[in-house]
Design a protein around this ligand. Structure first.
Ligand SMILES: Cc1cc2nc3c(=O)[nH]c(=O)nc-3n(C[C@H](O)[C@H](O)[C@H](O)COP(=O)(O)O)c2cc1C
Length: 434
């Protein structure tokens, strides 16, 4: 049984309520931080913990926090990114709906560390029932004195608000999120300036993922070193993984980073094996935006080492033979799945969700969708594979935000590892049309 931090009490009856959450040690991190620590000491513990952002990029959280500008007389904000629109990713929804106070506790402790008297939880609009759960929990936290003026008599004031998202994948990109939170269209901003210097309403802002903020609770309770002792190398702590697709037990799992991928897929504690006794074909390990890997490369690195669920191991081999941990959206495909059809579905998504600011993304995602539609619907030609390759190369790295890369990487990896599937699909239809 692996170590559980965030989901230790998720099956406790009534854990959604303040009373039960508090009975299981809830809000201890707020008490500890506000009464016995300085904000700088909390930041130091987060640095020591080695925690990396759980929203996808894996940037060290303590370092991000230390970049926050502190001009005199200017408010600072903490914004929680709960937009969670990445296909295959549903871990934040689980945490927020199951144990809403965990996030609220993490938000208060983190805000204290950052000197933020106001915070926002920007929640994907489609998660309307989660918004209701969070609002109820925030009300309970105010009533119990964890929010509002002079919390625990320490002089720290804090107000927290929930904001429904704008209904677009791009609103999960941190600067688009800030635009949307300010009431505008969710278009990404050009960086720099980064939000830590000029964020919400032009003020210094930290944007963190739900899971990142929640992880601050055990870090403060047990100390940064204890957290860093869990996991492997620079992949410290635990990670929530939302597993879906052709497995026996889809769901949200908390794993200790460093768990072998093979164990995650096959053990009964997690995915319970590929369903119907079929063979594994491919895995998208970190949400739709990361490279897809064939069965042999997800189980072992190109050098023959067991592949682990960690930032480093999943990335081993670069994009030639590796992938990314990303948001932890683990999508499993069995031998009957079509990687090309799946790719077409992703391409439709990215084309639909491109904000349209940058022409390589706006036009390129549309072209990739069109070419894949042509192949999947039996009108593909061999030269279309090279055309797709060319298109993704012209998008990658040429856009304001990484949505363009997110659209390009699945295409590149599918061609790299499953070229023969494209060719077979094109050839089989060529026979049909003959
Ligand atoms: C198109 C796009 C969508 C994104 N969606 C999300 C999201 O839903 N949730 C999230 O936490 N981060 C998302 N991100 C990453 C954020 O921009 C940002 O890196 C993250 O919120 C930082 O938090 P972290 O450091 O705690 O990971 C997205 C990025 C892009 C480019």
């Amino acid at each position: 049984m692996s170590k559980k931090l965030l989901l230790k009490h998720d099956h406790e009856p009534g854990i959604q309520t303040y009373e039960v959450y508090r009975k299981h040690g809830g809000y201890a991190s707020v008490e500890k931080a506000l009464k016995t620590m300085t904000p700088e000491a909390v930041v130091e513990e987060v640095k020591k913990s080695g925690l990396r952002g759980r929203g996808g990029a894996g940037f060290p959280t303590g370092m991000k926090w230390s970049f926050l500008a502190k001009p005199e007389g200017v408010p600072r904000y903490l914004v929680c990114n709960a937009d969670e629109s990445e296909p295959g990713t549903f871990k934040d929804r689980y945490l927020m709906s199951r144990i809403p106070h965990y996030l609220i506790e993490g938000m208060i402790t983190s805000s204290f560390a950052l000197g933020a008297n106001t915070s926002y939880i920007y929640v994907r609009g489609e998660y309307y029932y989660v918004i209701a759960i969070l609002e109820k929990a925030i009300k309970e936290a105010y009533a119990a004195g964890w929010l509002g003026k002079n919390i625990l008599g320490t002089g720290f004031d804090h107000d927290m608000y929930v904001q429904p998202g704008g209904g677009a994948y791009i609103c999960g990109e941190e600067t688009a999120l800030l635009e949307s939170l300010e009431g505008k269209r969710g278009n990404p901003r050009i960086k720099p300036p980064f939000p830590a210097v000029k964020g919400l309403w032009g003020c210094p802002t930290v944007v963190n993922n739900v899971e990142t903020i929640a992880a601050v609770v055990p870090i403060v309770n047990d100390g940064g070193e204890a957290y860093a002792a869990i996991g492997i190398g620079k992949s410290t702590g635990t990670k929530l993984i939302s597993a879906s697709g052709h497995i026996n037990k889809p769901g949200v799992y908390e794993i200790e980073l460093g768990l072998p991928v093979e164990e995650f897929i096959n053990s009964d504690e997690y995915c319970g094996g590929v369903w119907k006794g079929r063979k594994l074909k491919a895995v998208v390990a970190g949400g739709s935006s990361v490279p897809v890997l064939p069965a042999d490369l997800i189980m072992k690195t190109a050098a023959g080492e067991p592949r682990l669920m960690s930032y480093e191991s999943l990335a081993d081999g670069g994009f030639a033979s590796g992938t990314m941990l990303g948001s932890g959206g683990f999508i499993v495909m069995d031998e009957t799945a079509s990687v090309v059809k799946n790719l077409w579905t992703f391409a439709r998504f990215y084309h639909h969700e491109s904000c349209g600011q940058c022409s390589p993304c706006r036009e390129g995602t549309g072209w990739m969708e069109k070419v894949l539609h042509k192949i999947v619907h039996g009108h593909g030609e061999m030269k279309d594979i090279d055309l797709l390759w060319d298109l993704q190369r012209k998008i990658e790295g040429n856009t304001i935000c990484p949505l363009g890369d997110a659209a390009a990487w699945p295409v590149a990896s599918a061609i790299r590892h499953f070229r023969s599937e494209f060719e077979e699909m094109i050839n089989s239809h060529a026979v049909e049309h003959a």
